[in-house]
Design a protein around this ligand. Structure first.
Ligand SMILES: [Zn+2]
Length: 153
């Protein structure tokens, strides 16, 4: 099939491909979900370990409400999942291919691989059981995090 010249002077490449408008839309939506900065950071943190919301709060320096919203969206599209362990809910990376997308993008930008490294553990000020194994079970995830100790990924 010949290339069709558009009225803008370019070529309509879709005439030559099987890619439908719906496929384009679906891929764009997925990239938009993975490509949002806070969700990108959440995916990177979850790639290192399962995390509770308070760990993600400490890692990203965002409020719980914002983190929860991002997690809900990541869960809806199958990129993250949740499990309950006693009184804690832990989120995990459900589809590691999301990290492959980010790694691929970083490579295209000639960024070093450590660009996507998760924050070093423990995160100062984080009261989660991974960062503060010394805390009693009923105290974990409870302590308020001092603003100055928050770290950004
Ligand atoms: Zn933590």
């Amino acid at each position: 099939m010949p290339l069709v010249r558009t009225r803008h002077g370019g070529y309509n490449i879709f005439v030559m491909t099987n890619i439908s408008a719906q496929t384009c839309q679906s891929i764009a939506e997925l990239l938009e979900i993975i490509g949002q900065p806070a969700r990108m950071q959440i995916l990177v943190v979850l790639s290192a370990q399962d995390s509770c919301v308070c760990h993600l709060e400490a890692a990203l320096g965002l409020r719980q409400a914002a983190i929860s919203q991002h997690l809900a969206l990541l869960r809806r599209c199958g990129l993250a999942s949740a499990r309950r362990d006693g009184r804690h809910v832990y989120y995990r990376l459900a589809d590691a291919r999301a990290l492959d997308v980010l790694r691929c993008a970083a490579e295209m930008l000639h960024l070093p691989p450590e660009t996507l490294a998760p924050p070093p553990m423990p995160i100062p000020g984080c009261p989660c059981p991974f960062c503060r194994p010394d805390l009693a079970a009923d105290q974990a995830c409870k302590k308020s995090i001092p603003q100055t100790e928050k770290l950004h990924v």
